[in-house]
Design a protein around this ligand. Structure first.
Ligand code: ATP
Ligand code: MG
Length: 371
């Protein structure tokens, strides 16, 4: 069987370090491993509209930002098909059929949708809606189904994502199972691939509170300047009990250390902080007391700069070649349409709604009605 990747991001803002460790870095590694037959990377504008219906300009402006971020981290359009979701109408049709295989109750149990309803300030009570509070858009409520059509349309076998996507992949697997049971073996069962490092499954924001998320304004963006990175690292939440350098400090819940867990390697120590062999030794010193937040932040800043500098340089190149980026997206979308159309043909056939291709049906009805 072909090995296929499908994954993507919502164009609701520029991409950030959470995306990088949660999914982007893995995609680039998998792309360059040559292990996969096909890789599809989707800019999920239709999904972004499900909770931004009144702000189409925001989505329109961010498609190019996400595309620039993709190219700058090393996604290569020769190896990965980068496309825009709304340009593949077959995805809507698939979602429409899958809706019959999922119950309202099942969608209501989805923990990510539940927490996003809270985060986006949607009200889930009928009374609230009559009092003019924003209700839940049906499109938003059903986006896990639309995600199932994205994944299955490309016959994805592997979906590299952050942990917040686990319920979506589970929902997709249920739909595939149900579809194949009812209509015969047609869809490919996908598996989720989380980052190996558990910190990277859900990188917290610089405030240390929630996950780093475009919607929460707690991000370090891949396109941030050196100055911005410095400012954000310096204002990061650490251990409020660690007032003097000599005080013992906590590394748990200390965002600087969480980020070091996510980003630093022993080589970074050799390069920037040779007094420690590795992160364990550094943590031990911090816990004991005697290691200042300033030193830790400076170290983290150097590491992030090391990672982000080449990304920034590639971005600068593509920023000067915007028509080329749009061409990449247009070609990618064309290719994505072809693949999705072929899956849709299989689905229509399995569901017996391919009336005009079905010679046997026409013959059967010819016999049935012939006098
Ligand atoms: P929005 O707030 O609009 O939902 P987002 O920042 O959550 O934006 P998405 O486009 O929803 O970003 O997520 C794209 C991918 O990045 C998903 O695979 C998701 O799991 C992963 N991801 C997003 N934020 C993080 C994070 N903080 N840590 C790890 N992975 C993340
Ligand atoms: Mg999200």
């Amino acid at each position: 069987m072909e090995k296929v990747i499908l994954t993507g991001d919502r164009p609701t803002g520029k991409l950030h370090l959470g995306h990088f460790v949660g999914s982007l870095k893995r995609r680039v590694d998998l792309q360059n491993s040559g292990e996969f037959d096909r890789i599809f990377i989707m800019i999920a504008d239709a999904q972004a509209l499900t909770d931004n219906a009144d702000n189409p300009e925001k989505i329109r402006q961010n498609i190019i930002e996400v595309a620039l971020d993709y190219l700058s981290v090393g996604l290569d359009p020769e190896k990965s098909t980068i496309f825009i979701q709304s340009q593949v109408p077959q995805l809507c049709e698939l979602a429409f059929y899958y809706m019959n295989l999922v119950t309202v109750q099942r969608l209501q149990r989805n923990p990510t949708v539940k927490s996003e309803i809270q985060m986006r300030g949607f009200s889930d009570s009928e009374d609230d809606e009559t009092q003019n509070k924003k209700g839940i858009p049906v499109g938003f409520f059903t986006y896990p189904i639309s995600q199932a059509s994205d994944i299955t349309a490309f016959k994805a076998t592997v979906v590299p994502v952050g942990i917040d996507q686990a319920p979506m992949i589970e929902q997709t697997r249920e739909i595939v199972h149900k579809f194949n049971a009812v209509y015969g073996d047609t869809l490919v069962m996908p598996t989720m691939q989380l980052p190996e490092n558990s910190v990277c499954c859900r990188l917290p924001g610089t405030d240390g509170k929630a996950k780093m998320s475009k919607s929460l304004g707690n991000c370090i963006y891949l396109s941030d300047t050196t100055k911005e990175i410095k400012k954000k690292v310096n204002s990061m939440f650490t251990d409020p009990g660690h007032l003097q350098i000599d005080d013992p400090g906590k590394v748990e819940g200390n965002v600087v250390f969480t980020y070091l867990d996510a980003f630093c390697t022993d080589e970074h120590f050799a390069k920037y902080l040779p007094e420690y062999p590795n992160l364990d030794a550094m943590k031990e010193h911090y816990r004991r007391g005697g290691l200042g937040d300033g030193t830790c932040k400076k170290f983290l800043f150097n590491i992030l700069e090391d990672i982000l500098q080449p990304i920034r340089e590639r971005r600068a190149y593509y920023e000067q070649n915007i028509p080329l980026v749009y061409e990449i997206l247009e070609k990618g979308s064309e290719k994505a349409r072809e693949v999705a159309a072929s899956t849709l043909d299989d689905v229509r056939k399995a569901m017996k709604i391919n009336y005009f291709d079905d010679k046997a049906l026409i013959e059967e009805h010819t016999r049935k009605f012939k006098k």
